[in-house]
Design a protein around this ligand. Structure first.
Ligand SMILES: *[C@@H]1O[C@H](CO)[C@@H](O)[C@H](O)[C@H]1NC(C)=O
Length: 639
C-alpha cells in the first residue's frame, strides 16, 4: 500500500462511536473561523489521486500528483501557488496543499466566473485522458473541510459526503473533461447572527462545458481532449452558498460515513462471540488439564518422598511422570539466535503500545480529521518516545536469555526494525520519484525523519537498554540441565509450518472485516473513522493471539519439545501472513494496476505493513507463552 495515498484514518470520542459516527464530537484542536458576509474564504488545492475508475470501479493506479503538475494545465493563482504548512503526518500521508485561484466570498453567490484558458498539446491530452480513465480525483480543501461529492448510501439510505470529485468521466464511451466547477458551500449562522458565519460543508459538482465564445458564455457541448491536435479549454466556476443548520462542531459528521454499520456489527459480534467462545473453551480445557497434571506431579512427588525405600512405587512414579514436566530442565534453555529474537521482541512491544495508544487517542477524539495528519504525526511521535520501552524490553529479554553480546543488542534494537521499514520505504519512494508523483515524500521530510530517528529515537532506545541491562536478571523458576534433552519426533500437526498456519488464522479472523474496511478507506478515498470497531478488533486479536499461542505451546511441551520461544513468536506472527494474503486477494478483486511500478508499490507497502503486524503479533504470542510457561513450571516441584 502506498502511504501517500492513505485516506488517513481519523478519530472519534465516546462509546457512541461504536454504533455510529453521526454523534461525533471533538476535543479542541482546531479553532473555528467566523466570517462576515463578503469575507474571502480560502480554497486550497491538494493532490490529485486515483480512486475508482469510471468504467469498472477498480483502482487502476497508486500514484498521486500535484494539482499543478504541468500536464494537467490547471489554472494557477496570480504569482505562483504557495505551499501551506503541514504537519509531518500530513506530508507522509500524501497531502500537498497549495493555494488556488478560486475566489470565494462568504454568502455571495456567483453563477459563473471565468478562470483561465489552457491549451492541451497532444501528449498532455493523452496523459490527462488516461488519468480520467483511471478515475483520478481532485481534492480541494475549503476552510479545512475536504470538498466532496454527495452520495446516498443505498443500504442505510443516508446522505454523506465523500471527499474528492472526479476530474472527468466516461460518457457514452467517450472521455469527458470537466472544466466547470459548481462549488456548493454550506454555512451556519452562529446564534443566528448574520455577521458570524462558519463554513460547515463543501461540495463540488464538476461539469464539462464547451464554450463557443468566452468562458461562461454559450455552451455548445462537452469537452473531449483531442489526442490528435491541440485542444483549448476555458475554465470557469460558480459558487453557491446554502444556509445550514449543521453546527460547526458537527461539520465533519457528513464525511465520516460508516459503511454499513449493521454489517460491521454483524461481523464484529459474530467474530467476537466465536472468538470469546473459543478462547474460553481453550482456556478451560487447558486449565483443567493443567490442574490435573499439576496435582498428579505433586502427588507423585509426595509418594516419592514418603516411600523412598519402596522402589516399586518409585518406578511406577517415574513411569507415570510424563508430559510437560519432563522438559523442566530444558524449557528455560536459551533459544537459538537470542539476539534477533530479543531485538524483535523489543520492537514488538514498542509497536504494540504504539498501536494501542494511538487507537485509544483516536477513540477519545484527540486525532480528529480536522487536524490533518494528526494520526500520522502521533503514530510517529509515540513510536519515537516508546523507543525507551523497546530498548528496555529488548535488553531485559536478552539478558534473561543469557545473551552476552550486549553491545550488539543495544545497537540493533533501534536500528533493525526501523531500518527495514525505512529502507523499503526509501526504495518505494524512488519509484514514486521516478513517476514524478506528488506521493513521493520530499527529500527534506526524509531528512526530518532520519533526524528524529537518530537524534531522538536511538538515544532514547540506548537509555532504555541501559536500564534493561542494569535491572536484575529474570530468574527462571526451575534450573536448566547442562545437557539438552533429546526431542522426540513430533506428530505432524505440531511441526513448525502446521502450527504457524493453525495459530495465525484465529487472530486474523478477528480483524478480517476491519481490515477490509481499512483497505477500502485507503484505496477509495474514504475517511476511516471507525475507531470503536478498530479498538475492539485490536483487543480481540491480541486476546486470541495470546490464547491460541499458549494452547499451542502447551501441546508442544506435552510432546516434549521445549523449543517454544521461536515457535510461539513465529506461529503467532503468522497472522501477518494471512493479512498479506488478504491484501493480495484484495488486489485481485479491487485493483487493476497496469505497469510494474504500481504493482511494486502495492506489494511493497503491503509487505511493509504485514512485517509490522508480524513483529507485533509475534511478540504478543511470545510474551503470553513466556508468562504461561513460567506460571506452570513454578507451580510444580522439581528436585
Ligand atoms: C445562493 O444559491 C443557493 C443555491 O442555489 C440558494 O439556496 C441561495 O438562496 C442563494 N443565495 C443568495 C444570497 O442568493
Amino acid at each position: 500500500m502506498k502511504a501517500s495515498n492513505f485516506a488517513v484514518p481519523r478519530a472519534l470520542l465516546s462509546l457512541l462511536a461504536f454504533s455510529s459516527s453521526a454523534t461525533a464530537f471533538y476535543l479542541p484542536g482546531v479553532a473555528p473561523t467566523s466570517y462576515k458576509p463578503g469575507d474571502s474564504v480560502p480554497l486550497y488545492v491538494n493532490n490529485v489521486k486515483p480512486v475508482a475508475a469510471p468504467g469498472d470501479s477498480l483502482i487502476h493506479s497508486v500514484t498521486s500528483y500535484d494539482y499543478y503538475y504541468a500536464p494537467f494545465h490547471y489554472c494557477r493563482p496570480e504569482g505562483q501557488p504557495k505551499r501551506i504548512a503541514e504537519s509531518l503526518g500530513s506530508i507522509l500521508f500524501g497531502d500537498r496543499i497549495l493555494t488556488s485561484p478560486f475566489e470565494l466570498d462568504m454568502a455571495k453567490n456567483e453563477t459563473c466566473k471565468s478562470l483561465c484558458t489552457s491549451e492541451y498539446e497532444r501528449s498532455a491530452a493523452a496523459w490527462v485522458n488516461r488519468r480520467i480513465a483511471q478515475g483520478y480525483n481532485l481534492n480541494w480543501i475549503v476552510d479545512g473541510l475536504p470538498a466532496g461529492q454527495e452520495f446516498r448510501d443505498p443500504i442505510t439510505d443516508t446522505k454523506f459526503y465523500s471527499p474528492g470529485f472526479l476530474m472527468g468521466n466516461l460518457q457514452d464511451g467517450q472521455l469527458v473533461f470537466y472544466n466547470h466547477y459548481d462549488i456548493i458551500i454550506d454555512y451556519h449562522e452562529v446564534n443566528g447572527n448574520p455577521n458570524e458565519l462558519r463554513v460547515v460543508g463543501a461540495r463540488v459538482n464538476p461539469s464539462s462545458r464547451k464554450y463557443s465564445g468566452d468562458a461562461c458564455g454559450d455552451v455548445t457541448g462537452t469537452i473531449h481532449l483531442d489526442e490528435k491536435s491541440i485542444s483549448t479549454v476555458k475554465f470557469s466556476y460558480g459558487v453557491y452558498w446554502k444556509k445550514s443548520n449543521t453546527a460547526w462542531a458537527t461539520r465533519w459528521d457528513k464525511y465520516l460515513h460508516v459503511f454499513d454499520p449493521k454489517i460491521q456489527w454483524f461481523f464484529l459480534v459474530n467474530t467476537a462471540v466465536i472468538d470469546v467462545f473459543l478462547v474460553l473453551t481453550v482456556t478451560s480445557i487447558l486449565f483443567r488439564a493443567l490442574k490435573k497434571d499439576i496435582a498428579r506431579y505433586n502427588r507423585l512427588d509426595q509418594i516419592n518422598l514418603d516411600d523412598l525405600s519402596s522402589t516399586s512405587v518409585l518406578d511406577e512414579g517415574v513411569q507415570e511422570d510424563s508430559g510437560w514436566k519432563l522438559v523442566h530442565g530444558d524449557v528455560f534453555r536459551s533459544p537459538s539466535h537470542p539476539l534477533v529474537l530479543s531485538v524483535m521482541l523489543g520492537s514488538g512491544v514498542q509497536l504494540f503500545v504504539m498501536f494501542g495508544f494511538t487507537i485509544v487517542l483516536a477513540l477519545m477524539g484527540f486525532l480528529s480529521p480536522s487536524n490533518r495528519g494528526s494520526l500520522g504525526t502521533i503514530t510517529i511521535l509515540s513510536y519515537t518516545i516508546l523507543s525507551t520501552l523497546g530498548g528496555y524490553t529488548s535488553a531485559r529479554v536478552y539478558k534473561s536469555m543469557g545473551g552476552e553480546k550486549w553491545k550488539t543488542n543495544i545497537l540493533f534494537t533501534p536500528l533493525l526494525v526501523p531500518g527495514v521499514v525505512f529502507s523499503v520505504f526509501f526504495v518505494l519512494n524512488l519509484f514514486l520519484w521516478a513517476k514524478q508523483s506528488s506521493g513521493a515524500v520530499p527529500f527534506t521530510t526524509m531528512l526530518v525523519i532520519v533526524g528524529i530517528w537518530f537524534v531522538i529515537s536511538v538515544p532514547l532506545s540506548f537509555a532504555g537498554s541501559w536500564l534493561g541491562f542494569k535491572a536484575s536478571m529474570i530468574q527462571s523458576p526451575v534450573k536448566t540441565n547442562q545437557i539438552p534433552r533429546q526431542i522426540p519426533f513430533a506428530p505432524s500437526y505440531l511441526r513448525l509450518l502446521p502450527t504457524m498456519l493453525e495459530v495465525g488464522i484465529l487472530p486474523f479472523l478477528a480483524i478480517l472485516v476491519e481490515l477490509y474496511f481499512i483497505l477500502t478507506s485507503f484505496w477509495f478515498n474514504k475517511i476511516y473513522y471507525m475507531f470503536g470497531f478498530l479498538f475492539l478488533c485490536y483487543t480481540l486479536m491480541i486476546v486470541t493471539s495470546a490464547a491460541v499461542t499458549v494452547l499451542m505451546v502447551y501441546h508442544l511441551l506435552c510432546a516434549e519439545n521445549y523449543n517454544w520461544q521461536w515457535r510461539a513468536f513465529l506461529s503467532s506472527g503468522m497472522t501477518a501472513g494471512y493479512v498479506f494474503l488478504t491484501m493480495l486477494v484484495y488486489w485481485l478483486y479491487n485493483i487493476k494496476l497496469g505497469g510494474l511500478a504500481g504493482s511494486v508499490l502495492y506489494l511493497g507497502y503491503s509487505a511493509l505493513i504485514s512485517f509490522l503486524i508480524f513483529i507485533l503479533t509475534g511478540s504478543v504470542g511470545y510474551f503470553a507463552s513466556w508468562w504461561f510457561v513460567r506460571k506452570i513450571y513454578s507451580s510444580i516441584k522439581v528436585d
